[in-house]
Design a protein around this ligand. Structure first.
Ligand code: AMP
Ligand code: MN
Ligand code: MN
Ligand code: MN
Length: 288
């Protein structure tokens, strides 16, 4: 287990914990370098940064941008070492958030058609940042109301393509998302590539488009990856000259997946992203 975690969420997006609590939890698990990467939103970063300094953990400002690539594929791009005050990045993220409440209303209408009522209100009730309402909040509503056993089951039966509650949505364009991240001084990283419903050819096309746009990294160690995925993407990173990242994708205690601060060590063939991000790392004061 490595002590570096460059992908996880707070309640500024669809995590369950406040930013300072997620960082405290990472520190308890002896993380030495972390990046908070909320979906399409940077408002948790200030609290997270302060908590990281207080706990002696080095910190990178991060974000996870929702993208629609090649017409229909939702792809997530992590930005590491970004400047959250950069105007183009801020405006771009705002434009993504703008569509979420309307989409949530449509998701709720879709669930109502199969007899599940009050989902919009129910999702909003468990959503700290209303403009970031998304599928995870609907999943928590469905679990809390006793409709579904757990969040995993929700995503098997609802909220995914072809299932009740799914509403297709057009997110940012890949070149725009990568462009905002890079313009703000950050590094763009393809999140959890093992999760995409794409064969080898499509993944390779995605990587080429991503590199053309200025992207440099890919998650090799991810809470969403099996060990096989990790080794497969380590080889892909090597072949395409991409830097390798590591992140738990932690959202909430008890929802499954990796805990924050828990990532696998990168295979030795990998070039870690953090070596290229040294000057973007916000160093914590160390106890003497
Ligand atoms: P949204 O951006 O509103 O479409 O929500 C996407 C979020 O839903 C992801 O970031 C995950 O947190 C969650 N999610 C999507 N698919 C699954 C899944 N199969 N299992 C658990 N969580 C999922
Ligand atoms: Mn999420
Ligand atoms: Mn993601
Ligand atoms: Mn994530």
């Amino acid at each position: 287990m490595a002590s570096i975690d460059l992908h996880f969420h707070s309640h500024a997006s669809d995590g369950a914990l406040p930013p300072a609590e997620v960082i405290a939890r990472a520190a308890e698990r002896e993380a030495t370098l972390v990046a908070l990467t909320d979906h399409d939103c940077t408002r948790g970063l200030a609290d997270a940064r302060a908590a990281a300094a207080a706990h002696g953990v080095d910190f990178l400002n991060g974000v996870e941008v929702s993208v629609t690539w090649n017409g229909k594929h939702t792809v997530h791009i992590v930005g590491l070492g970004i400047d959250p005050e950069h105007a183009a990045l801020k405006a771009g993220l705002q434009s993504i958030r703008d569509g979420r409440v309307q989409r949530a209303q449509e998701m709720s209408d879709s669930l109502a058609r199969i007899g599940i009522h009050g989902a919009f209100e129910g999702a909003m009730a468990v959503c700290e940042n209303p403009e970031m309402v998304g599928r995870t909040h609907f999943a928590r509503f469905l679990v809390n109301s006793g409709e579904v056993r757990d969040v995993r089951t929700v995503f098997r039966k609802y909220l995914t393509p072809g299932k009740p509650g799914y509403v297709p949505h057009e997110w940012a364009r890949l070149a725009d998302a990568v462009g905002w991240i890079v313009a703000s001084g950050g590094m763009a990283v393809i999140a959890h590539p093992g999760r995409y419903d794409m064969g080898r050819t499509l993944i390779e096309r995605l990587i080429l488009d991503f590199k053309d746009a200025g992207g440099q990294g890919i998650e090799v160690a991810s809470g969403s990856h099996s060990l096989d995925d990790m080794h497969k993407f380590a080889l892909i990173a090597q072949r395409y000259g991409l830097l390798s990242s590591a992140g738990s994708d932690f959202h909430a205690p008890g929802e499954g997946g990796r805990d924050v601060g828990r990532t696998d060590d990168l295979p030795p063939i990998c070039q870690p992203v953090w070596q290229a991000l040294q000057e973007r790392i916000i160093r914590a004061p160390r106890a003497a």
